[in-house]
Unconditional design. Structure first.
Length: 351
């Protein structure tokens, strides 16, 4: 009975062949685990040959990547100007840091020398005064035991001060003397990095969200530093409540809540007459931005200007930047107001 059932099952399996993917005839006997397609005996070999050819193609791509890698070792594709600018930034940081360290060290040496000179000069002056008292007393023959005791006490005090001067301590300050320098590999993609507080960064720092608050302004900055070339940062306003400023600010300017009044702030608030240049409201056309708007912020370092393009109304605003007020490097700068404002960086490109 069991044997008969097994035979019947085997016969059913053999007779119910599936359709071959290549010839469309119901004689498929092989199912490929890679593509899950079924092939007949004739076309199984063809399918295998096709896979071999694809492997050859993969190896060709591997060879191409290997060649590019070898070329990169001998002649990197990184823009020479960009590399030069990056190296100059490191050199400038090193030079400024050394100058600052030397300046502070010299001030400390001067302070130490000044203390030593003043201490000895003060002792010298007091000794001269005491010497005058002794000479006057001898000339006038006007002194008694108590005078002698007082003079001896003073002289012993001078001697003690000279032999055992006060201990001088040299200690480092609490605040950092110089800032750190780091190299960021951004792959051309801007992200949010710092804020004055009251926001969250999400989705690998591509999105900034204002947290619940009581009408508190918040500064937000990007990570990228702009000193040369023309760059475009595209942002989407996914949620908007209250005020929002789009623009740039100098990296050297400290973070602060009301960053729009920072001397290096250049940008546009939403509203009719809220254009900021050098931290001052100069009037003019604001952004008219609303929820779901796509905003393109163009940062043109070579021409010293920024532009704001609103896709919805197809309008471009432009601001010339004064390098005396906003020195390089520049950074992406937002100033946000109320929750649940939410801004997303869609893309960032260099042209």
């Amino acid at each position: 009975m069991a044997s008969s059932f097994a035979i019947d099952h085997l016969m059913a399996t053999i007779t119910t062949k599936r359709q071959c993917t290549t010839c469309n005839i119901q004689r498929g006997i092989f199912k490929c685990d890679g593509c899950s397609e079924v092939f007949c005996l004739n076309h199984t070999k063809d399918h295998h040959q096709h896979i071999v050819e694809e492997l050859n193609h993969v190896e060709d791509i591997r060879d191409e990547v290997r060649k590019i890698l070898i070329d990169e070792f001998t002649k990197p594709r990184m823009d020479v100007n960009d590399l030069h600018v990056a190296l100059n930034k490191i050199d400038d940081w090193e030079r400024k840091s050394i100058n600052e360290i030397e300046k502070v060290a010299e001030e400390a040496r001067h302070e130490l020398a000044k203390y030593t000179t003043e201490r000895l000069s003060n002792t010298k002056l007091r000794l001269e005064q005491l010497t005058n008292e002794l000479q006057q007393a001898r000339v006038n023959n006007d002194f008694i035991e108590t005078d002698l005791l007082a003079w001896k006490n003073k002289l012993n005090q001078f001697k003690e001060e000279l032999i055992n001067p006060p201990e001088v301590l040299v200690r480092e300050g609490i605040n950092k003397l110089i800032s750190n320098i780091r190299v960021y590999v951004l792959n051309g993609e801007e992200v949010f990095e710092r804020s004055s507080g009251n926001v969250d960064f999400n989705e690998h720092e591509k999105v900034v969200c204002v947290k619940d608050n009581a009408d508190v302004y918040t500064e937000v900055r990007g990570r990228y530093e702009y000193s040369t070339g023309k760059h475009t940062v595209s942002l989407k306003v996914e949620e908007l409540t209250g005020w929002i400023l789009f623009g740039i600010i100098s990296k050297s300017t400290p973070l602060q809540i009301h960053s729009y009044i920072s001397p290096s702030c250049y940008g546009w608030y939403n509203g009719q007459e809220f254009v900021y240049a050098g931290g001052e409201n100069i009037g003019g056309q604001g952004t008219d931005v609303i929820r779901n708007d796509i905003i393109h912020l163009v940062i043109d370092c070579d021409k010293r200007l920024i532009q704001l393009i609103n896709e919805r109304i197809n309008r471009t605003l432009e601001l010339q930047v004064d390098l005396q007020k906003c020195p390089f490097p520049w950074q992406l700068h937002l100033n946000l107001n109320l929750a649940p404002t939410r801004i997303r960086i869609i893309s960032s490109t260099k042209s």
